[in-house]
Design a protein around this ligand. Structure first.
Ligand code: ADP
Length: 171
């Protein structure tokens, strides 16, 4: 519980295709500060996804099952600020890996503030050992049969192996 018995909730939005150790670390660290974290999976029909929304919700929920109600995983479409307003939260969490993330992230935060001034974006810097990890890199390595077990949680590594085998069969 936060001050005055408040339930401090933050939303961590992203594509999470797939969810990596970098994402997991941001969630774990956010749980040190907030009472609840809502992991929001952005539904983006224009992006070609490896894992469907349903698969991502199921895998990420499994990863954080031990936190019970403190972590929830939902998918959303449309404006992030509208999604955040539909929750009890007014905080968006984003991770920053390198300076190269900054321009895009700062622009999004400014646009979101303009759209909804009461919502704040908080940035957590990636751990050094995770700063090279991106969903794109994980997908590339996994789909070529490489070992990604030190880049993603075990449930995701298993799911990636299954996907890899399925694509091999299709060939
Ligand atoms: P999006 O498509 O919204 O950028 P991602 O799934 O790529 O979604 O990333 C979600 C959030 O996690 C972003 O704020 C991103 O900067 C952050 N992030 C991605 N990879 C890492 C990492 N290795 N360490 C810490 N944060 C990360």
């Amino acid at each position: 519980m936060g001050k005055k018995g408040r339930d401090l909730t933050a939303v961590f939005p992203g594509s999470f295709d797939p969810f990596t150790n970098g994402h997991a670390d941001i969630v774990e660290r956010s749980l040190e500060i907030f009472d609840r974290i809502i992991i929001g999976i952005l539904h983006n029909p224009s992006k070609n996804h490896l894992f469907s929304e349903e698969e991502r919700v199921a895998l990420i929920s499994k990863q954080f099952a031990r936190y019970g109600a403190r972590v929830s995983v939902v998918s959303f479409s449309g404006l992030l600020v509208e999604f955040v307003e539909s929750t009890k939260s007014r905080v968006v969490i984003r991770g920053l890996r390198a300076v190269s993330d900054y321009d895009y992230e700062a622009q999004m935060a400014l646009v979101n503030r303009r759209l909804s001034p009461r919502i704040e974006t908080l940035f957590l810097t990636a751990r050094e050992e995770h700063s090279y990890i991106s969903s794109t890199v994980v997908k590339q390595v996994a789909l070529l049969g490489g070992d990604v077990s030190d880049m993603v949680p075990a449930v995701i590594a298993t799911a990636l192996t299954r996907k890899y085998k399925a694509t091999q069969k299709d060939r």
